[in-house]
Design a protein around this ligand. Structure first.
Ligand code: GLN
Length: 390
């Protein structure tokens, strides 16, 4: 079956359909990873976007249940040069085509993805329509203009309920703005007691979970769509150690008075060079973002720029000069991409331990529970102790 991709600037690509049928509008972006298509399409940060893979052969190693980065894909379309229908890999459980059909996601293959990528690089990311319907170009244009790009994606992808990945080390409250599973995996590997909370959890609700540290996750869309996150960070900054990843980094920057802006075509891939300004070392990083922290806006705040992108010199890392808090624009959890930056999770745990030494008065979980029980106990006529229910 034929599929078409129409861009906002009028460019039309005609190719072959795979995955679901119908129509889908999204922001057309490109990812330069050679492998990792399954992690890319299940990364919630791509919610609402039509993702083009620049590597020409996609689907060749299939889909494996263990490699999902979230419970379902949230992308609005998948664009490839060559779609392989018969994967060859002992771990493969499904085909890419099966996965996309299952979740109602349209795919298009056999188009010139190199030309599409060059167009996006020249004009910037654009709205696009994927369609398998037998429509004229005029009709496609009308459909494209009728639909707006999705906003407020965080509320669509964040968990609705609190859940945990228990561990015996530090308790980390992971604020889920669209968190990749890789973040939970990296914390669990280090024995952390991970409590995942919805994006709109307030500072008080987080305090009640008595965390040792707070991790602000990655997530889709414009950080300015998440003002409640900014408020929560402002409330808790200095009270708990904080680590922000990608959207979490942008929210941390906004909460400290810096500003964010949209990049022309973003950074999406597994080989973005980032320079650590403090050590002078360069790391090859996994990235997926369309926004960035504006450099000038950092001046006059209490933030220090710790990392920059070697390609375009944009900000890649920040640290608070007074409080225990830092953030990176890239993905230390990799998935997909290099593991070079996974040491940042160790740095976060070191920061928490250091913070505890410096703040021995900070209430521990057991002390908090005892204090809460002391304040809430009541006696029955028989003299039994009861604890008031919250
Ligand atoms: N991966 C992310 O967290 C992306 C952050 C934000 N949505 C951006 O595109 O810049």
């Amino acid at each position: 079956m034929q599929a078409k991709l129409l861009l906002e600037d009028g460019t039309l690509f005609v190719g072959k359909s795979f995955g679901a049928e119908g129509n889908s509008v999204g922001e057309v972006v490109f990812n330069t990873g050679i492998t990792g298509y399954q992690e890319v399409l299940s990364d919630p940060s791509y919610c609402g976007q039509i993702v083009t893979m620049t590597y020409p052969l996609i689907g060749n190693y299939g889909i494996t249940r263990d490699d999902f980065e979230s419970i379902r894909p949230f992308i609005h379309g998948f664009v490839v040069r060559q779609h392989e229908e018969s994967p060859s890999n002992w771990r493969s459980q499904f085909t890419l085509d099966y996965l996309l059909k299952e979740y109602g996601i349209l795919g298009i293959s056999d188009i010139d993805t190199r030309m599409l990528t060059r167009k996006i690089r020249q004009h910037g990311v654009m709205k696009g329509l994927l369609s398998t319907e037998d429509c004229s170009v005029e009709e496609l244009k009308q459909m494209l203009n009728k639909d707006n790009l999705m906003t407020d994606q965080v509320s669509r992808v964040s968990t609705k309920n609190v859940f945990s990945a228990p561990g015996s080390n530090e308790r980390i409250v992971l604020v889920d703005y669209g968190a990749k599973s890789g973040i939970v995996r990296d914390l669990s590997k280090r024995g952390c007691d991970v409590v995942v909370v919805p994006h709109d959890t307030t500072a008080d609700e987080i305090r009640r979970l008595s965390p040792d540290g707070i991790l602000l996750s990655n997530g889709p869309g414009d950080p300015k769509d998440v003002p409640h996150g900014v408020k929560m960070i402002q409330d808790l900054l200095g009270e708990y150690p904080i680590f922000g990843i990608c959207l979490g980094h942008q929210l941390f920057a906004l909460s400290c008075g810096a500003d964010t802006e949209k990049l022309k075509f973003g950074h999406r891939g597994g080989n973005h060079p980032v320079k650590d300004l403090e050590s002078g070392r360069c790391y090859i990083t996994s990235q997926n973002h369309g926004y960035t922290v504006n450099e000038d806006s950092v001046k006059g705040t209490e933030l220090v720029v710790t990392h920059i992108n070697n390609n375009d010199k944009t900000i890649e890392g920040l640290r608070h000069s007074k409080h225990a808090a830092f953030s990176v624009q890239y993905h230390p959890e990799a998935a997909p991409g290099p593991f070079d930056s996974s040491y940042l999770f160790d740095d976060f745990i070191k920061m928490i331990r250091e913070f505890k030494k410096q703040h021995p008065e900070a209430p521990r979980q057991s002390q908090m529970l005892a204090a809460w029980q002391a304040n809430n106990k009541t006696q029955t006529a028989k003299g039994e102790l009861h604890y008031a229910q919250k």
